[in-house]
Design a protein around this ligand. Structure first.
Ligand SMILES: C[S@@+](CC[C@H](N)C(=O)[O-])C[C@H]1O[C@@H](n2cnc3c(N)ncnc32)[C@H](O)[C@@H]1O
Length: 219
């Protein structure tokens, strides 16, 4: 079960009709509502993507992966930061892949950006492909966050950095994710986890390192 499902099962927060519609549009975007959700996320999520890219400390030659890229604003920012490197992205939603491909058409044409439909739990990349990875408002939606994070460890080089960002609709939900992240990151083998608060209850990021000392064959 995803962290998100367990939060929804236990939440005592009242959820208005408008909030329910918004959640349906952005949690697993599909159909017309998902397309609208993508438009909303592209407008409201830019600042979080900017912060995550900054925390990732992207170098010009880096190969970077974004998981759950949604409308592709983060991918666009990453592509601007890598002059000789490359950016790959994976998202479960067909409509988000479409929107992100349209937004990143120039980068895809030049071969600097590659976007695919797929899931965090089964990443279609070779071991140690990337220098860095990020996921914004996505990890809590993965059916098994530990498995998804282990997959990221597999495809990120030893010593590589992961940045996760979160800002949920309700403060109490963000707080629950915060607790969950501190459990799943070490369970997946990430070390040196450091929380960066923008607003302690509203929005936070976690930076963690792939120590690369796990038996790679076991991952
Ligand atoms: C709330 S949206 C965030 C989108 C974007 N990162 C942003 O901040 O604007 C969550 C995204 O994660 C994707 N997602 C959910 N579960 C996923 C999974 N298991 N693997 C990959 N992507 C997933 C969804 O399709 C959606 O695009």
């Amino acid at each position: 079960m995803s962290l998100w499902e367990s939060i929804l099962m236990r939440t005592e927060e009242p959820i208005s009709l408008w909030e329910r519609i918004l959640l349906r549009a952005v949690v697993h975007p599909s159909g017309l509502l998902g397309r609208l959700g993508g438009i909303v996320m592209a407008r409201t999520g830019r600042q979080m993507s900017e912060r995550a890219v900054e925390l990732l400390d992207v170098q010009p030659s880096d190969r970077v992966l974004e998981i759950g890229f949604g409308p592709g604003v983060g991918i666009q920012l990453l592509a601007k930061s890598v002059s000789s490197g490359s950016v790959a992205g994976i998202d479960l939603s067909e409509v988000m892949v479409e929107q992100a491909k349209a937004r990143n058409a120039a980068g895809i044409r030049t071969g600097r950006v590659e976007l695919r439909r797929g899931s965090a739990e089964s990443l279609p990349y070779e071991n140690a492909t990337f220098d860095k990875a990020m996921a914004i408002n996505s990890m809590h939606l993965w059916p098994d966050a530990v498995v998804g994070l282990q997959e990221i460890r597999r495809v990120v080089k030893p010593g590589g950095r992961l940045v996760l960002g979160f800002h949920l609709l309700k403060r109490s939900w963000t707080a629950e994710v915060r607790e969950g992240v501190t459990e799943v990151l070490p369970a997946a083998g990430f070390t040196d986890a450091r929380v960066v608060d923008v607003d302690e209850e509203e929005e936070f990021y976690v930076i963690a390192i792939n120590p690369g000392d796990m038996d790679e064959a076991a991952i």
